[in-house]
Write a new protein. Structure first.
Lengths: 247, 247, 247, 247
């Protein structure tokens, strides 16, 4: 009996409930989105005391929902220890731990920890299709991503050292060290170009031009690999459909 | 007889008039472009009274043309109610409604409504090839666009919460809340980088670097899906060529 | 005899001289690059009188070379009138006409006309492979480029009207009319983001976010079509190799 | 015997030691990364005397390691002269020469030379897969890269001359010459858009819009070719696996 109920709960949390289908899962997703709105509202200053009470109440309700979800997932998991130490078990735990701190008196450290409630947002990714794609994106070219991550880091470092050499005398406040110059390298080679740091010497500008014409694509490769991994979803989706509770 | 005329008018409005071909449609397109110029000119300050009169007169003429077009399309439609409640029927209606308000006395609310005349511009898209491509772009990967739209929103939100955490104490005026930080996230992850908001703390800059190297591609996926949908036009264009009045 | 010489000259100008090969053509390319350097140097202020004399002398020599080239091309062309009115004939003419004005006294109008000497730079594109690719890039998807050019213009116009609506009251100096707002639309949707104009109202920022997430790719399509046209060179290069003097 | 040892050393430096495998190579890579950290730390101002001594000591140790590596590679190379004049031989030499200057008294010239220690970072690229890809990226479309490099240069020059024409009277300090305008062209056509230079005249802005819509893709082609060359790794990797010491 209990085993049947456990299986039923596991199916419901997977969005495969025989009667209500995706409804329980959709409810959880609603709670996650509501949680994101709560976090956003709490970050905005100038709330009235009433509003603050409403937000705290909402937070308590959401916390209760996620604690219940965590308990149900733990109870219904075939391998309980495996669940706790799995990626999603950790996310589920991180989603409730910071909020529990709301019961304690206020302090700056706690305030920061509470922000970790945003980990709840990652639970949205538990959607089967999304997670299959993400797994695929990361695992399918892990080796490539490492290689091009290192290459991007080298290009960024070389660009930082180069611009440091050209600009450190002309603008010692913003190109005064290699870490400061690395900020320029990031903002430039991703083409964000905030405009807070830019070369003013002729040498620095020529160096920037050459660096951009050559390095623009290399720094963009890691992000591009993630993107293409996400877009090229695996075709074996139907095969993995059978592994229902394989968290 | 009337039925023959109706069919003839419908064909003409589709750019398939047996005698004049695309001429009537081209005339309508000219009127739309002229309308865009009128809107642009009216937005510019410092017109003389004469110029204002000319613009108002032009607007009246254009309004007459679009009202006539709307009436003809309504009259010649096989399914009149279907036309009114179709996408293009709505666009046609929105194109003339705001301009009719010019007959009323001036007010701020009306001024805003008048700007809605820009919906006329969308009528340019009635071009068969363009609309086929747009439909294809939206419908062919609707599911993908939803998935990656959600993913982009999550990445933007996580970036906003992260930078809020790092910068809220150093720059409380521009990173003072999560919605304000979200503006930074949009400007940064699309690589626009206006330079009105940017991190100044070491933690915020390192976080920016990591976010850019990972998230750059993900935020660009929805726009990329629209683009690729537009570029990969359907090959069955010739087949749909037969459905002449299928608005 | 003259016919043989004409053919020889034509071959030499094509870089297919039986004895010197690409040497005459390479010499002309050198003259063009030298001309670009002369234009650049002349634009820089603070030259000594001697330097100015040297630059003028260099200009005279280069002018003589290009006048000679033009005369030789005209004389050796199979169809002389066809050459004059061909694209390259026009470029060749535009390359020498502005420089001839150096013989006239100085004036602002002439100064501007002289800048048109940069058309010489286009002569560099006479390289067979480059021109084949350019022709291919333009002709192969002329229809697509028109369609997406119109689409990009519509997106830019809609973005300009939208931001004008949101920001015209908050920032009347920089969003005071639709043309001014169009400047913002260009700088934003190409992700250049100079930072001279950006929205400050909440409505304007939300509109910017939505516009960017949707429109980013559409504005980039025309440039992308040129790029892909250039990269996908025609394979029939060897076939066209036989049409030696087909300018 | 010596021949056997030489072969063993060569294999170890290739990360193919029969007993320790990739361990010796990994150690060298660690030394290179440590060297990058040392360079970064030395660029930061305000170190205590103790810290400076530690950094100098670390530098000496790293120098010893790289000198030893150079000697071992030279000694174990089948063709010693070939190694010295090969690309990697040069990099190895450049990695130790600047550091040797640390033994000499301080001066500005030497300080700059010391920065050349960053060439050590390139040694990280000695990884077999990375180098194969880089070689492939550069050699496979060398001709294309030259062609599109020239094309990008022409587009940038034309953009610089154009904006110089439109803006030189309105903003003589920042668009006062073609080289200054070229800085704008680079920052704009790569979409970095720092915001230090931007057009303010109507003509200049229209020119910028057209230049961006057309030229955006062309300037990005060289970087794109490198990127695609890097991503499309050669499949004959296994075949080249046999050429063990072919530096």
């Amino acid at each position: 009996m209990a085993s049947g109920l456990k299986h039923r709960v596991a199916l419901a949390l997977e969005g495969e409930d025989p009667r209500y289908g995706k409804l329980p899962l959709a409810g959880l997703h609603m709670a996650i989105v509501l949680s994101a709105f709560t976090i956003t509202l709490q970050s905005m200053p100038g709330h009235s005391t009433d509003m603050q009470k409403i937000l705290l109440g909402l937070e308590a309700v959401l916390l209760a929902i996620f604690v219940t979800e965590f308990c149900l997932r733990f109870w219904s998991a075939e391998n309980r220890l495996g669940y706790i130490f799995s990626f999603w078990g950790l996310i589920d735990l991180l989603s409730i731990l910071p909020a529990l701190l709301f019961l304690l008196p206020d302090s700056t450290v706690l305030r920061t920890l509470r922000l970790m409630r945003i980990f709840r947002l990652l639970k949205l990714l538990r959607m089967r299709r999304a997670i299959l794609r993400l797994e695929h994106a990361i695992s399918s070219n892990r080796e490539e991503m490492l290689l091009f991550g290192v290459l991007a880091a080298i290009v960024l470092f070389l660009a930082a050292v180069g611009i440091y050499h050209f600009e450190k005398d002309a603008q010692p406040e913003i190109f005064g060290s290699i870490p400061q110059s690395a900020w320029w390298a990031i903002a430039t080679l991703t083409t964000v170009g905030y405009g807070d740091v830019y070369p003013v010497t002729t040498g620095g500008r020529v160096f920037t031009a050459i660096t951009l014409l050559i390095g623009l694509g290399i720094v963009a490769i890691p992000a591009g690999l993630i993107t293409s991994g996400l877009l090229n979803a695996p075709e074996e989706e139907t095969e993995t459909e059978t592994t229902t509770n394989g968290e």
